[in-house]
Design a binder for this molecule. Structure first.
Ligand code: ADP
Ligand code: MG
Length: 175
């Protein structure tokens, strides 16, 4: 088992076919059994998140075992495209469009979910939390950032703006 990231909140391990995330603090949201039910329901429709194989708490440490998504981080792909001599604008446009599609899946799901007074969203969609697979599919990782909240007026939708801002920042930075 290889440690790939150690942050203040969690450690992430690569275990071959699976990714294991160990939380230093208990994440109440993902411990809620209804969170997992909605997560699985959402993913069975859209297949844009890692499958969750196991959630447990051992010795006070909360562990999640999930599908390992093979591919490249979107950040690497965007930086590569933007640093080519004739900047690959169409490639970047394609990435932006695919990100909108990814976000669109949450928005579409929420049309029905909001009738139950709930909303599901990924609160940390950014270029380092999206993996592009070999076949070009976009998958969101960092599963504990998937929130299931009671809906409030204007809640969460504005969070998706940050992803678009990142594209903008990369473009400016590399010009
Ligand atoms: N399901 C996954 N499949 C493949 N790589 C993953 C997966 N989950 C996490 N990773 C890798 O681990 C890194 C950190 O994981 P992440 O869940 O985003 O943690 P953090 O909350 O610290 O950002 C990611 O940038 C990615 O490289
Ligand atoms: Mg992350």
């Amino acid at each position: 088992m290889k440690l790939i990231k150690s942050g203040k909140d969690c450690e992430v391990y690569d275990n071959g076919n699976t990714i294991i995330k160990k939380y230093k603090f208990i994440r109440h949201s993902i411990l809620d059994p209804s969170w997992l039910l909605y997560y699985d329901d959402f993913n069975s429709k859209y297949n844009i998140l890692p499958e969750i194989y196991e959630m447990n708490i051992k010795d006070g440490i909360h562990t999640c075992v999930m599908e390992k998504i093979e591919g490249s981080l979107l950040q690497e792909l965007v930086l590569q495209a933007m640093s080519k001599q004739n900047q690959e604008y169409s490639e970047v446009m394609h990435y932006i469009k695919k990100c909108h599609d990814l976000i669109g899946n949450f928005l579409e799901y929420n049309i029905e979910l909001s009738k139950q007074g709930k909303i599901m969203f990924h609160e940390d969609l950014n270029l380092t939390n999206i993996i592009v697979t070999e076949s070009g599919d976009f998958k969101a990782i960092d599963i504990d950032s998937v929130r299931l909240n009671p809906i409030r007026k204007f809640s969460s939708i504005s969070l998706y703006g940050t992803l678009i801002t990142q594209f903008h920042n990369h473009c400016i930075h590399l010009e």
